[in-house]
Design a protein around this ligand. Sequence first.
Ligand code: GLY
Length: 590
Amino acid sequence: MRAIVLLFGLFCALPALAQQAADAVAPEGAGVGVLSVPPMLADSAEAKANGRPVEAGNWMIAAAHPLAVEAGARVLASGGTAADAMVAVQAVLGLVEPQSSGLGGGAFLVWHDGASGEITTLDGRETAPLAATPRLFQDEGGQPLQFFDAVVGGLSVGTPGTPALMAEAHGRWGRAGWPGLFADAIRLAEEGFAVSPRLAGQIAEDATHLSRFADTRDYFLPGGKPLQSGQILRNPDYADTLRRLAEEGVDVFYTGDIAADIVAHVQTAPGNPGVLSEMDLAIYQVKERAAVCTPYRGHEVCGMGPPSSGATTVGQILGLLEPFDLPALGPDSPEAWRLIGDASRLAFADRGRYLADSDYVPVPLKGLLAPNYLRARSELLRGDDALPEVAPGDPEFDHALIRADDRSLELPSTSHISIADTYGNALSMTTTIENGFGSRLMVRGVLLNNELTDFSFVSHEDGHAIANRVEPGKRPRSSMAPTILRRDGQPVLILGSPGGSRIIGYVAKTIIAWVDWGMDAQEAVALPHLVNRFGPYDLEAGAGGLANPLRALGYEVKETDLTSGLHVIAVGERLQGGADPRREGLAYGE
Ligand code: GLY
């Protein structure tokens, strides 16, 4: 242990590595320009560009930006655990991919412990302020607000959970000294980093919202002009915040001057003030939840239970598909996608009716995943065509439930980190500030989340309450699905993705591609997406050949961009990493 601490001291004292572009990658849909990749990751970038997985023997990391991967890799190479590496990765992501996740947001973490074999899930989801009511996102007449009227400003800001989650994971499973884990992020924030094509593209697209608040506008649109790809960006305020966190510990974020500053920004946001208070920050807690693990063809699919709908809905989809011979049908078969599409619609119907923060509303979790319930629901898939109608089922439960269906809008956002370390630990963490750039409020170099808009704006329908309505202290329902597949108690696949409620489809598809269709980690990630949530079938370019056959089966088909950000590690004799070609992330291992 002492050797590891010393190693970390040395590592922190090293001069900054040059950030020259060793390779240039312009991922599809990432925006205009080229992405700078540190020399260490040149082979990873080449593998991804050629559709090959990255292989390694000891440890591996896959995350959304090369500089974050590099920071995590250095921690792992120096003897750090997956939890240590996650802290370094998250700190850098908050700088270089600020639109997706950061200290101002929330996250869910799934951990397989190499020593004990236990699975633990940690909930670092944001909470609704104590002063919030079910009518938070309604106008005076009780009508739901327009989505972006609610998002941009203070009203949507929940109590951030990510800093507390980083500290909790490090406290439980870390070996490296906490302060050193912030060294790369602090250095990059002070010296600057090259704005990536994807970040530049998103700033340009969001210029109107980003210009609403002076601090945010001055950072992302200096002199009124959106930052360009390749431009060097410094964030000294973020460096100061990180230094405080590194030196004084995580409480510095939840009490004292930083907390007061966050609250002041939220409560005085021009045009759209929120109700977050210092008390909300002071009482915030990470919660350990029971992992939701469901069987699939000899594997255990483990993930995050409520307030996330991720593992439950992925588990239902796979459970509904288990009776069908997907391996024989293969990925080009319209019949396979009819089964997957309608299994997903059935699972989404249950999700809309039943899933929310189980600390506040009774959730029939056991009934929703019970083998006899799934077997009966899967009989609905025995026809030849798309189901004409899909309704929630009636899972066994010891509460009388009369609920209306959820009506929350979830737009793509978020980031995913997968890590396997040299101690046999596996970490899967999906992390978010919700919409791109969150609430657009920026405090001390940190963007604040708009996670509260993951609640249903409508609180009741026909006198029946909606499970995912706003309530004080409650955590909004999420679709984030950080997942670890295990076989014989050992992790075999670590995965997750951003993408709003499409996350569930991206994760289920990747598991099917790997388990049923024998694809490697990179092939499974790259396989074109077909996602069905509420009826229409979303198809991405590349899956176009299936559009007409699916129309003939009765689906409304929409061809669209499906910008997942899957990061996958397959664990076998060796480790194999896959990074989503639709975004800028990489996998790297040694
Ligand atoms: N805000 C994205 C999610 O939690 O699903």
